[in-house]
Design a protein around this ligand. Structure first.
Ligand code: PRP
Ligand code: URA
Length: 210
């Protein structure tokens, strides 16, 4: 596995992912788990943020400390399912700006169809974290990142909970400069473009629409 792709092996993430996959897990539990996994993933995905030196006056003396340099992050969930990851990501970085990209897959062609795009006005000065629980064919992730790149952000990272090998390869090929973080990689896609074994339709499970 190359260094740009991180598949998490942390026990907390793996444990939560197992419960998330279970078809007996209901909407409330599913939502909470997506949020918790996103929080843990964001903790790791921000590991290399640049730091700068600051001096802080404690009640006793001056402490030579570090703070995150620039602090200019943006989270961009891909609607709908990516919305489920926002709260957890914000737990780690409460001041991040949020953009939204609306895409759905045409059920026959599996091609992404864009219906919404609203990004922070200053996204060109920001490090962007794209959030979407599922990377299946890769079409939605590639299209979302195409849209974001038009605004020339400082960097882009993609965070998903489950990926299929097909989608991972497609995304790496289309956007070789984007770091990819996944909680788990599955076996393959079925004939309907669903990840096997996966967790079903993430949007429907988060919003209780099926
Ligand atoms: C899901 C998922 C991704 C996309 C992944 O969204 O949240 O955006 O499928 O599939 P791909 O890699 O083959 O493009 P969906 O189209 O079901 O829309 P929804 O989130 O609104 O339910
Ligand atoms: N989108 C989902 O929500 N689940 C899949 O398995 C594939 C695409």
């Amino acid at each position: 596995m190359d260094r740009r792709v991180i598949i998490f092996d942390h026990p907390l993430i793996q444990h939560k992912l197992s419960i998330l996959r279970d078809k007996q897990t209901g909407t409330k539990g599913f939502r909470e788990l997506v949020s918790e996994i996103a929080m843990l993933m964001m903790y790791e995905a921000t590991r290399n943020l640049p730091l700068e030196d600051i001096d802080v006056e404690t009640p006793i003396a001056t402490a030579h400390c570090k703070c995150i340099s620039g602090k200019r992050l943006a989270f961009v969930p891909v609607l709908r399912a990516g919305l489920g990851m926002v709260e957890g990501a914000l737990t780690m970085v409460p001041a991040a700006k949020i953009g939204h990209i609306g895409l759905y897959r045409n059920e026959q062609t599996l091609e992404p169809v864009e219906y919404y795009c609203k990004l922070p006005h200053d996204i060109g000065n920001r490090d962007v974290f794209v959030l979407d629980p599922m990377l299946a064919t890769g079409g939605s992730a590639i299209a979302a990142i195409d849209l974001i790149k038009k605004r020339k952000p400082r960097s882009i990272k993609f965070l998903c909970i489950i990926c299929a090998p097909e989608g991972l390869e497609a995304l790496k090929k289309a956007h070789p400069d984007v770091d990819i973080f996944c909680a788990g990689m599955d076996s393959h896609l079925n004939e309907n473009g669903y990840i096997v074994p996966g967790l079903g339709d993430a949007g429907d499970r988060i919003f209780g629409t099926k």
